[in-house]
Structures are given as C-alpha cells and as structure tokens.
Design a protein around this ligand. Structure first.
Ligand code: GUN
Length: 280
C-alpha cells in the first residue's frame, strides 16, 4: 500500500512551529511583516493572495497588501518596490505573478532586494542556491524537500528525475535534490523517450504542467512520486500532472492533488518570512 503524503498535515505542522517562533520574536520586540503586491485582478491571483494573507494571520505575521490597478505602470511598481526595499519594517516582499503584459516581470523580480526576496525568484537567490550559499529558496521546491524529510524518505544517493525545467520549480528542484546528494536528471518537453528515463527514478518529481500526464509506464515499481501540478480535468475535478489512480498501486509513496505539494508552498513562504526577520 502506498503512503499518501499528507501535505496539508505537514504544512499545518510547519505553520504551528512558525506561530510559536513568531510569538517568541514578538516578545523580543521583533515583528515579522510580509508585503504582498497584486497588480490587476486575475481571479486565481486574488485567491492565492487571500490564502497568503490567511496564513500570515494564523501565524501572527503582519501582512501589508497592495492591490494596484491593471493600468499601473512598470515605473510606478518599481517605485513601490524600492520604497519597500528601504522600509525598516518590511521583512518580505512578494509581487504576485503573472503581471500585466506591459510590465517586465524579470525587471520587477530583480528590483526586489535579495534580503527580502521571500519568493526566492531573484537571480542572486537562484545563484546562491546553485553554488550552495545561504539564501531564500523558491517555496514550492523547498516544500517538496520538507515533505520528503518529514516523511523520512532518504534522498542521498537516490536516482531522482525531475520532469519540467521552469525557473520557479524544475530548475531549483534539481539544484535542491543535488544539494541533498541525489543523482539528478532533468527532463523536459524535448526529452526523447521520457518514460524510459523517468522509470529509472527512485524519486520522481513531476512539474510539467500537463494534466494527468504521468501514467504507470513512467514510474518504477516502488518509486516515490511527487506531483507539483494542479489542474481541473474534464469532470471539473482537481488533478495533478500525475494520473494518481493509474500509478498509486505501483508506487511506495505519492502526493495527492489537492492536499500534497500545494499547501507546502505557502508554508515555506511563511518560513522564508520568519527567516528574513530573524536574520536582520
Ligand atoms: N504566482 C503563482 N505562484 C506564485 C508564487 O509562488 N509567487 C509569486 N510571486 N507569484 C506566483
């Protein structure tokens, strides 16, 4: 029987640990503040932002929100980011993506001070991760590592295959698994014979962005499967990049969708905010 990795439960544990830490910091007169900026009113972004605010509230992190109109210019947004970079009271800055087309996302990410880059998207954060220096780590891949560790799933020496090479998940995921001494292969849309390569994996991490793409021929018997995707299938049901029902009897452990990797992203964002306040 496969272990169903409960991301909801682990994220709750992490949030409870952080709540305790934040309360201790408050007693020392240190307040943790996250600033979230949303430009426009993309409905998915509105839900994400609300969930981040709720998590802050639960933990005791002060959340400061900016909801800016779609017409906000790049210069205006840069000015706000710069103000927040300078503000003594702000520990973390998060600009919700995607941004309207007239704003260059890379430029905004680079404008955020690496000391407040709780998303871990700044080139300096990414570079630090690559060369093993301390820095903020992108929240979703950090959450995956946390799930593996808290379920006592060994990583060192294991064959790990990451499907997907995005800057936010696939690439930092590969770097983190390498840092944990796994042997890492990164696959993507141009990979030839993907199923052959992915079925080598002791730990298969799927972040390809295609609903129920991974079926049992992609998976080795007894593998650990981590599903980073989230979609709605033709029955309007939430599903991942992995066809869960098709692979579940072949694996030793698997993350469900919903309730697997998803809740970990916000937990790790909260973790980064607390770290930022503590390292000031
Ligand atoms: N949009 C979707 N996910 C994220 C995230 O983790 N951070 C930011 N800034 N924007 C997002």
């Amino acid at each position: 029987m496969a272990t169903i990795i409960d991301g909801k439960e682990i994220s709750k544990q992490i949030k409870d640990e952080l709540r305790e830490k934040v309360s201790n910091l408050k007693q020392k007169g240190i307040e943790v503040t996250l600033c979230v900026i949303q430009v426009g009113d993309d409905p998915a972004s509105t839900i994400y932002v609300r969930n981040k605010q709720k998590a802050c509230e639960y933990i005791g992190i002060k959340s400061q929100s900016y909801k800016l109109p779609e017409s906000t210019t790049e210069a205006e947004l840069l000015e706000i980011v710069e103000e927040l970079n300078q503000s003594e009271n702000v520990n973390g800055i998060l600009v919700q993506m995607p941004l309207p087309k007239h704003i260059n996302e890379d430029k905004i990410i680079e404008a955020i001070s690496p000391d407040k880059d709780v998303d871990g998207f700044h080139p300096q954060s990414v570079g630090r991760l690559s060369i093993g220096q301390r820095g903020f780590i992108s929240c979703t891949p950090a959450g995956v590592i946390e799930l593996l560790k808290r379920y006592n799933i060994p990583i060192e020496g294991k064959e790990c295959v990451v499907i997907g090479r995005s800057n936010i998940v696939g690439k930092p995921m590969a770097m983190l698994m390498l840092r944990e001494n796994a042997t890492v292969t990164v696959c993507h849309s141009r990979t030839k014979d993907l199923a052959k390569i992915s079925s080598r994996a002791d730990i298969l991490i799927v972040a390809i962005g295609k609903a129920e793409f991974v079926t049992r021929e992609f998976v080795k018997e007894g593998a650990v499967v981590i599903d980073v995707g989230i979609h709605r299938n033709e029955n309007n049901k939430l599903c991942g990049d992995v066809d869960f029902d098709n692979v579940v009897d072949k694996v030793s452990a698997i993350t469900p969708v919903p309730g697997g990797v998803g809740p970990m992203t916000i937990a790790m964002l909260m973790y980064n905010c607390v770290e930022s306040a503590m390292s000031k």
